[in-house]
Design a protein around this ligand. Sequence first.
Ligand SMILES: NC(=O)c1ccc[n+]([C@@H]2O[C@H](COP(=O)([O-])OP(=O)(O)OC[C@H]3O[C@@H](n4cnc5c(N)ncnc54)[C@H](OP(=O)(O)O)[C@@H]3O)[C@@H](O)[C@H]2O)c1
Length: 287
Amino acid sequence: MTRILVTGATGGLGSQVVEFLLDRVPARDIVALARDPARLPSFAARGVEIRTGDYLDPASLERAFAGVDKLLLVSARAFTDAFTQHANVVEAAKRVGVRHLHYVSLQKAEGSTFEIPAVTQWERETEALLQASGLDVTILRNTMYFDTLPFGKSVTEAGIRVRAGRGRGAFASRRDLAEGAAAALCGDGHEGKRYTLGGSEAVDMADIAAAMSEAGGRAIDYREVPVAEFIEARIEEGFPEPVAEFAAAWFQAIAAGEFSEVTGDLERLIGRPPQSARDFYRASHRA
Ligand SMILES: NC(=O)c1ccc[n+]([C@@H]2O[C@H](COP(=O)([O-])OP(=O)(O)OC[C@H]3O[C@@H](n4cnc5c(N)ncnc54)[C@H](OP(=O)(O)O)[C@@H]3O)[C@@H](O)[C@H]2O)c1
């Protein structure tokens, strides 16, 4: 029996990874980690073991990881000391004898020096820490989610107003990325591998606007706006200024080509083409 632990199981990605694992392995082989285990009643009812742990509390992690063979580390949230949290997870995993750690990282262009503040640096440092950890390691560099694109509450009324140039991204749905992680966790031969998980085609903001228009039956256009205007609009919507600046940086990353590479890694892992922009927005419009 191989016991697989998923961190971030209360979150958007981790909860879907657990769902996909339930399709593939017996529930008794799955452990879900949460800061507040009471938030996972549906997994508990289906036989998943819920353990309590906080990335900031090394002792809780050691207790939670006991007897676990494979672990998925869902990256900590931005605007926190993510590197320390990840290092705590790696250290606890080593101490209790977890064999294989999968880490959810972020897609970036090969050789790029583009920095998304509060993200890129700790992704790089965590990957380096893992490579030196002596554990079996699989790095899952996820693309940006369709689910968080485009940013802004008023897209359906005002159109897509961001500064992303004609930058293209091999974006994917969070659900497909979760399925990819579950497939890697259940599969063999992924030790020492680094996958860049994304869609089977790269699209730009005009393509996203066209997909959204088609899904909603109402024209949504893409027009570039200065970064300052984008930030101002988000502040007016109620976002704190640092969050608005953070969101702007992601679109600058798109413009810089950070997410443009199509690797086919996700398609190979899940055995089918990931949802396209058109399919994703059509499905989410119906939902
Ligand atoms: N590629 C992209 O487009 C993209 C977009 C957004 C985020 N991300 C990154 O990918 C990660 C997963 O995405 P997501 O959509 O699942 O995010 P999410 O819904 O915010 O989930 C984050 C998960 O991490 C857990 N967590 C946070 N701090 C923790 C701590 N100190 N100890 C233990 N668990 C902790 C949260 O637990 P609680 O429920 O207890 O808070 C939650 O389960 C994010 O954390 C972020 O780093 C990527």
